[in-house]
Write a protein of this length. Sequence first.
Length: 373
Amino acid sequence: MIIDFRTAKKIAAKHGTPVIAISENRIKHNYNTFKKYMPRVEVHYAVKSNGHRGVLNILRNCGSNFDVASFAEIEYLLSIGVDATRMIYSNPVKMEQDIVRAYNVGVEWFVYDSDAEIKKLARYAPESEVVLRVAVANNHTMYKLSSKFGADPKHAIRLLLKAKKAGLSPTGITFNAGSHTLGAADYIEGIKMCKGLFKEAKKEGITLDTIDIGGGFPPLGDENVNSQVILQEIYEALDEYFPKETGVEIIAEPGRFLVMDAGTIITKVIGKANRGGTMWYYLDDGTSNSLTDIKFSGWKFDFLVSRRGRKKLSVLAGPTCDSFDVISKEEWLPEMEVGDLVLVPIAGAYTNGLASRYNGFEPAKIVYVNGKI
Ligand SMILES: Cc1ncc(COP(=O)(O)O)c(C=O)c1O
């Protein structure tokens, strides 16, 4: 656990709750671990996972590049001194005005996966380098990312040729194996598929020089998955299919691997009730704020309390008047009192970024701590 109750109490006393404590040391450790296992891979941090200024500064200083989803993210990165050439605009469907603005500030890499996107990019970002997103199986992951985006591989060569004909420069292939993946198999299939597409494209007169293996790598803090082994297996496949001598540039877009286990939500019990024999505890953070991700039923958050005693079936709910704002219907917890703190570790990704102001509740503040590694 990166934040203990003693530290959490001090943070809550100083900043109030809800608050997310982010460990700068842990982000650096995660970045260095990623680079240790994947030395040839250029990191493009997925800003969507946590776009807070402090996080972006830490990763910029580590030497990371960035994967962006909108012009707002680009503008924010520019404001902290990140050059546009260090960004890949990886959202396969972009707003026309965002393409214009990205192109004007010097973004050079755009991802696409459809005919309609080629038309927009050719018009608003002429001659740009484009990377084709191709769908791969998402069989070993908590969150599947392959239904909304990704061209069918059988259309890949046609889409590469079409981009070239439209005056764009098709330079690479990308795929996404999911988010919070549980094994390397889908990445390995994706890498093999890219190898095949590189060969086919060459026959058609297109020389590809970039493979982007996307994000999805599970955080080191998830004890149920061996993230290092996953990274190792993916890297072995990269070495096999795209050895150094080929000169192919390899990029990845990790989000949660870099930041998820660096963040701990500190929330407070603001009310309690015994409803039909089950204890209900109301927290000042909930499913419209930092815990929005719970609605997608992927990662199972842990709720840590400082009290000891007999554990009873309990429900944790958020602060809004919305009956759906229930965080967990089945937690076994000792009896708590109003004012107690509840800690939610491994919560630095897809938490503050998804928070709304629903019912007038402000999203959790972010504070930075050095924290244990
Ligand atoms: C295109 C793309 N790249 C990278 C990521 C980051 O995924 P993760 O945070 O699981 O590494 C996502 C997540 O949705 C994505 O859509």
